[in-house]
Design a protein around this ligand. Structure first.
Ligand SMILES: N[C@@H](CCC(=O)N[C@@H](CS)C(=O)NCC(=O)O)C(=O)O
Length: 202
């Protein structure tokens, strides 16, 4: 049995849970709701970076971050691999994961900036910079979406999680506008049970 330091709002945690479901290992993971702002949570003992997700093994050793945990889970099953073993499919999936993870990093930074207790410390320039990264990423995904097909790998999984996170946190930004290929693909991929049962919530 594994313990997963988790949060229902974190898209990075969701990547791990979706991977666990897709690879038939959901039942092997106990979720440990963890506040990243509470020093008493003990999170930093499991991940010195103080971030979720962190996966705690039976022997107490840990794995982080989401990329490593997802690949670890993918190495433990006999079904179709989410991480293609080799060739162009592998590099495309890993690049897409890197792109979507980067968009999530920018989006999470934007959320954190908006939560600064003292509004005068919030930087509109910083927020605009993070927003630009997301917009550029979305435009790149729109260019690629026609070729996403009907399969599912770690790149597409991360993109789906990322788009859902934008719906969750930035509904008013209307990412679908002018991005019909991406919107169409998102609607189709959202039928996967692993995505439907793990939508983010406060
Ligand atoms: N690269 C990491 C990112 C994880 C991450 O940023 N998690 C956020 C929650 S969405 C977090 O724990 N933030 C707390 C902090 O940065 O102190 C991953 O892929 O797991």
């Amino acid at each position: 049995m594994f313990r997963l330091r988790s949060s229902t709002t974190s898209p990075f945690v969701r990547k791990v849970i979706v991977t666990a479901i897709e690879t038939g290992q959901e039942g092997e993971i106990e979720l440990v709701p963890t506040s990243t702002v509470d020093p008493a949570s003990g999170l930093s003992a499991d991940n010195p970076l103080g971030k979720v997700p962190a996966l705690v093994m039976a022997d107490g050793s840990t794995l982080y971050d989401s990329r490593v945990i997802c690949e670890f889970l993918d190495s433990r099953h006999q079904g179709a691999r989410l991480f293609p073993a080799e060739g162009p499919a592998r590099w495309t999936a890993l690049r897409r994961q890197a792109l979507a993870d980067g968009m999530l990093d920018a989006a999470v930074l934007r959320v954190m900036e908006g939560r600064r207790a003292d509004p005068t410390q919030r930087s509109p320039e910083w927020v605009a910079k993070q927003k630009l990264k997301v917009e550029q990423g979305l435009d790149q995904l729109e260019r690629e979406a026609g070729g996403f097909g009907t399969g599912f790998d770690i790149g597409l999984l991360t993109i789906a999680v990322t788009l859902d996170y934008f719906d969750f946190r930035f509904k008013d930004d209307a990412w679908r506008k002018g991005r019909s290929n991406l919107a169409e693909w998102h609607e189709a991929v959202s039928a996967r049970p692993s995505l439907g049962k793990t939508l983010p919530h406060d």
